[in-house]
Design a protein around this ligand. Structure first.
Ligand code: 5GP
Ligand code: MN
Length: 341
């Protein structure tokens, strides 16, 4: 951490990025650090792919680099960041990214940066940057980012709100195992700074678009479970999304809802990402069995209790393969449990 504070002290121009398909933790961390660096008079820009509406409540949007369509291939709907093609960041800070590939559209700028820094809490992170601050036990990258910020300035209420949003988001509203006493103490300290904590919590944990409710309904209607009742799974296709006018960002709550099923030890949610790319996203949640192992076998990563992967293939085939891998992890977990008892 001291190394990173030194990099911050000694440089003026910072490019921050979170992972592809940004969630509250990626956004909250980037915006909090951007606000803090700006407060110190540094130049700062944030590279984040488009994100769900609910995250608009997080302060710091003014630092976002806008997106534009790809001029090399206008037929591609995929966008790129509105930056000079050869833009070379002075300091690039990747936050909440377990591996360089997780940066998505911002990865080329990381590769070109003079100095690279990584702040992350994924256990699969192997320290790919020049300076790494990795703490797998941290409940969120935002909490870690706050520690860095406090190393060089006092957080403002906006910084506190961004960090709080990241913490709420990655702990599932302070529900997950990784939520520590220190997490709640940090949250309390942020609340004391006069942030609109009820509003942030409600916006991130409860509010959703009408279409998101519809697609959740379809996903649950089609859900299945294994005979043991220990694995609940479902999938969503592009056609299903279209039928209720929903898009990918409306799928946030599905896997969590599955995981709330009584008797379930693991939840699998698979959905089609691209129209024609054949890319399929796998989302995994667990109450014990190690999902990071499953995700690794699919070329992805994550935490023991929440992991994911992006796979090419047909959605039903990917779901079948994933469930088979999860079955093995559930069996391994139960063998271990029996041994412990
Ligand atoms: P989610 O299911 O919410 O998208 O992701 C849960 C966790 O799994 C994330 O925090 C991230 O660590 C990991 N994850 C999700 N998708 C991918 C992916 O495509 N590749 C990798 N390496 N990790 C992923
Ligand atoms: Mn995170």
């Amino acid at each position: 951490m001291d190394e990173i504070l030194q990099v911050i002290r000694e440089n003026e121009n910072f490019t921050l990025a979170g992972h592809t398909g940004p969630d509250g933790d990626a956004i909250g961390s980037c915006f909090a650090l951007a606000l803090a660096l700006d407060k110190m008079g540094k130049n700062v820009r944030v590279l984040l792919e488009p994100y769900a509406l609910k995250y608009k409540i997080i302060p710091g949007k003014q630092f976002l680099v806008p997106m534009k369509c790809n001029p090399n291939d206008p037929t591609k709907s995929e966008s790129i960041f509105d930056l000079e093609e050869n833009f070379q960041p002075e300091v690039f800070i990747a936050i909440d990214c377990a591996a360089p590939e997780r940066m998505g559209l911002s990865q080329p700028f990381f590769e070109r940066a003079k100095v690279t820094v990584c702040i992350d809490h994924h256990e699969t992170n192997d320290g790919f940057a020049m300076h790494n601050y990795i703490e797998p036990t941290a409940s969120s990258a935002s909490e870690m980012t706050l520690r860095i910020i406090e190393g060089f300035t006092d957080p403002t209420p906006d910084i506190a709100a961004a960090v709080y949003a990241g913490m709420v988001s990655d702990t599932g509203g302070f529900r997950y195992n990784a939520t520590a006493i220190s997490t709640m103490k940090t949250a309390a300290r942020l609340m004391e700074m006069g942030i609109p904590f009820t509003q942030i919590y409600n916006e991130l944990m409860h509010m959703h678009k009408f279409a998101a409710g519809k697609i959740l309904g379809l996903a649950l209607q089609n859900s299945k479970r294994t005979r043991s009742k220990k694995i609940v799974y479902t999938c969503v296709t592009r056609d299903m999304l279209k039928s209720v006018r929903a898009n990918l960002s409306d799928l946030d709550g599905v896997v969590e809802y599955l995981m709330g099923t009584r008797k379930a030890l693991a939840a699998v949610f698979v959905y089609e990402k691209g129209l024609s790319s054949g890319e399929v996203k796998v989302s995994l949640r667990s109450q014990g069995p190690n999902m990071a192992n499953v995700a690794a076998k699919l070329g992805g990563g994550g935490h023991a209790l929440a992991a994911g992967a992006t796979v090419s293939g047909k959605v039903h085939a990917v779901m079948k393969k994933t469930v088979a891998l999860v079955v093995k992890e559930v069996v391994a977990y139960e063998v271990q449990q029996n041994r412990n008892n």
